[in-house]
Write a protein that binds this ligand. Sequence first.
Ligand code: X8Z
Ligand code: ZN
Length: 599
Amino acid sequence: MLRHIARRFGVWTLAGLAAGSLAADTPLRDRAERFLGLVNAGYQALYRVENEALWKASTDVTPVHDAASETAGRARAAFNGNPAIVREARDLLAHRAELTDLQIRQLERCLLNAAEGPMTNPKLVADRIGAETAQASVLNGFQFHLGGSNVLANDLDRILSKSAGLAERRAAWEASKATGPALRPGLERLRGLRNDCAREMGYHDYFALQVAGYGMTTEEMVKLNEEFMRALRPLYLQLHTWTKHTLAKKYGQPVPNRIPAHWINNRWSQEWGGLVAGANLDAHFEGRDPGWITRTAEEFYVGLGFPRLPESFWTKSDLFPAKPGEARLKNSHASCWHVDLEDDIRSLMSVESNARWFTTAHHELGHAYYFMSYTRPEVPPLLRIGANPAFHEGVGELVGLASGQIPYLKAKGILPREYQPDEVSVLLNDALAHSIPFLFWASGTMTHWEADVYAGDLPKTEWNRRWWRHVADFQGVEPPSGPDSRGEEWCDAATKTHINDNPCYYYSYAIATVLKFQFHDHIARKILHQPPQRCNYEGSREAGEFLRRMLATGGTRDWRALLREATGEDLGTRAMVEYFAPLQQWLEKENAGRKIGWE
Ligand code: X8Z
Ligand code: ZN
């Protein structure tokens, strides 16, 4: 998950004054510049205070840390959501034709920030911050149990990725769903509070507020995600068919119509790794020091010409699971934080030495290098964000893809030189573990459920039924105990981190998946002149320069224009479909004579 924060104060202030003198050549621009100087300063200072507190509350869950984080959250909202700030930003935007593009972007960002805690209704904001803090505390401090013992999320994931016993797999899957009932009451309350905050500022609901950051409406965002799925559906149906036949054989079961959720190596069936024998890389990571994983990820970026991570990254980050016997409870989901919007960049992970954490570490450092690239005087604190959130997610996704390619893994000595996997296996694994089922989960289940809940005000008595209907329809997956077996008491959506602490955001990962193939296609064909399915970025300063230029502008540019300028095309699935075209043909042969899909 992406946590973006502010950057150091003095440096920006001086640079801001210099930039201001250029922009302030009319009385209105001068007024805007002075206003934005104040807002940027307050925003940055409070962002840092809040994130310091949130960091403690996420890495060591205690009532004291929760209280500090709630107080800091209120201070942030008191400033960002201040009615005087909202009024002045609106007043200035009423004369947008007379303002600079940079000023307009900052003013629009002020209003989006204000809608997270609009102080025209202080009680609502206080209630929301209190409820958000409590929800994060339940989520971050949750203790999983399996067979009477305390276990970590990593332990459940290990069973799901390794065990061949369906009873053991089912027990691990069910243990992972125990968070749902604990999080359900808080989520029900938060749906109302989040929607009310957005409505206070004139948005229809919280989903509409979040997609406004893309300059889109809810309908446009849902339609975009449906378009992604339409383009990839033929491939997904083939993969689904191949997978259920492969797994039925592995577990000695009849071939099901939909795939039981505990057959798949991921708690939500979002990524289908470990299915392709010739492409399972876990054995090559076994026995390595987990510290090596993040260092190796840093090497990837350094090889492209990016600087090393700040030294404080290594001293301040929290990269490994809590040790056995350690009383501390920490959030188990990976994230990257820009704590002072300067050079205090940290990652929260629970790295173990396996292929999944290898990819995740590259993903998180994508955020870190984005932070570092736009932390410069030309980008004011309010715009130290991605061109859009999907760009932020897309960098790490791209590098996850590039760092998983065989020529790169061989060059780094992770795979032996003589390793000769067949190309279809590699492509099949790429599709299953990182891209295609993921798209149907992200664009399908997650995006549609949150749109139903926030934009559609779905009654809470229908939440779990709707969740499993989406899982069945979009993913072709069903609960281990059969359809209709998960009553409303479960709230299985809430077992997914983002549903609780990064709401109405998940379509960003779907867009990032599409973007990663567009970026990769451009780098492979136009810069490296290598086939996209087999290429090695290692040491390519040109590939690095392409990325660095795109990242350095942060939120100061329109994302559509930036994408067109960088790759020559608009957002779309062309590159993704082409990348997997050889796989589609292979699957059609493998699946000949089988019933395709689940309808
Ligand atoms: O949440 C993440 C990252 C942190 S931004 C680890 N991801 C999504 C997930 O785990 O559900 C990466 C891809 C999808
Ligand atoms: Zn991310």
